[in-house]
Design a protein around this ligand. Sequence first.
Ligand code: ADP
Length: 620
Amino acid sequence: MNTRGKPAQVVREPSTQPAAGWRGVAAEQTTDLPPKVGLLLRARSRRLLGGLLRPQRRAIWVAVAVVLMQNAASLAGPFLVSVGIDRGIPALRHGHAWPLVWVVVAIAGAAGIDALLRYAFLVRVGQIGQQMLLELRRRVFGHFQQLSLAFHERYTSGRVISRLTSDLDSLQDLLDAGLDGLITALLSVLTIGVLLIWLDPPLAAVAMLSFPLLLWLSRWFRRHSAVAYRQTREAVAQVIVQVVETLGGIRAVQAFRREPRNNEIFSELNTDYRQANARAQRLIAVFVPGVKLLGSVTTAAVLVYGAYRVMDGAIEVGVLAAFLLYLVRFFDPMQDIAMFYNSYQSAVAALEKLSGVLEEESSVSEPADPVRLPAPRGEVRCERVVFSYLDGTVVLPELDLHIPAGQTLALVGATGAGKSTLARLLARFYDPQSGTLLMDGVDLRKLSDADLRRVVIMVTQENFLFSGTVTDNIAFGRPEASREQVEGAARAIGAHGFISGLPEGYDTEVHKRGGRLSAGQRQLVAFARAFLADPAVLILDEATSSLDVPSERLVQRALRTILADRTAIIIAHRLSTVEIADRVLVMAGGRIVEDGTPEALVASAGQFADLHQAWRDSLV
Ligand code: ADP
């Protein structure tokens, strides 16, 4: 039996009924409802599929031609058997062996051609499918990267992972095992149906008596398996969510000793998944033998009736033999077609979700006709900038700000004051609802992505290190940089010393043993990365985690180097940083409440003076 398209094997995505508590919340955030799909594709899925198929047009025509020839070769077998029985054997009785020999040679030849063409077809279809998947993966990954932060906040990483794994897998399943099977099955069923009628209409009528039952059985299976299948998809999506969230928050999980409860939740989900799979398997266990049984009963009925017709001289024995052989081949693909339904549905749902993502436009899209900024100076201006996040709460009510080129500006203020939000707007991770942000007098929205990323760089607290060597990580923003340039940046920042001390120096893999960097070292690598990229405007979310004294000193020195000769905006958490700033902005409730040099603000006895005093006291 063909096991392809087993409901239990193909992963998918859930229609989540948000349950109470943690599970419900997590599932709601991380998964999304599968679109209701029927057999037909929606317009956007059709567009996507059309775009993927177009480059493969020639290969597809070749595959179609090959499969048609293969089908003919495969169907020649039973017919040749009937010729052998009805012509070859009587001739043998009269002493002529050649007719039978010819038939045998023809059968062997047809079988050989069948095998060769089947091989050619499978290889072709495999290539077409893989080529399409490759392109689709490339497009989806590229698109996810390019979509704005606003999208990624809405579309959690669990869902991104789901798109890139289980949805693409559903399509892969369909292409790998299902589609070629379906094409050959459909072709066989159609051509065999015609052949049966051509061979002997009365016998075909008897065979067709089983059809209503066969249809009923297929519909029963389809209906029930669609439900079971949906349950397995739901269950597996919940499992993915649980794993992604647990690993994403592994520190919190361990800090709060959440492991036992997580294990409980995980085993519940795991049990759900197992049960859903078991249900789907039980359906298969009924359906497959059911079809087989029906096939055998029909074969027996045809044999009985056929025997009468042979006795009556209405047909020859060979025709009956061919008929029976065709009949067996008729029932086998029936199973495939019914089972294929689930893979197909899941693939259609996956395609629908992927096309939805691909049609999602970045909310910070690149202008069609960007203004060039060949020699950026780094003068920043905000004019009446109003901004709120997706939830609609206004974070920046109306902000006006001018930062002359080369200035070092420290942003201070309580948590939630809007400092990071302002920084993100300056790096154009978001666009304001109204007002303008200007870089050297040019609206940020008018700059090309390439210019924007060259001009403004934001170094966040995460100091994210990617898999790869220290060199790779420093050259992150300028992959074409030479080794000398990378080392130069590291020296300037004061990171050369510790990097040279690593087991393999600059070639140490940062995520491997021995390559683990301390918080201070990670910060230095992040600085070296920014220094090498050499932006006109550097935005720095200073790390809040306290460094040990030598690291702190190193970082402070690095900071001075990296701030020189460029505009810098620092979300300052340390007094020492504020002291090297030319200017301090105090923010509260999304507004600038104080603005001046550190000395002037201390003297003015406002909020900053209080903060300054508190900092000083904490140092004592
Ligand atoms: P700060 O950096 O000064 O601590 P933020 O700019 O991070 O302040 O936050 C300002 C306000 O915007 C806060 O009320 C915060 O809850 C809200 N906020 C920040 N980031 C987001 C976000 N991604 N989505 C929705 N609201 C946000």
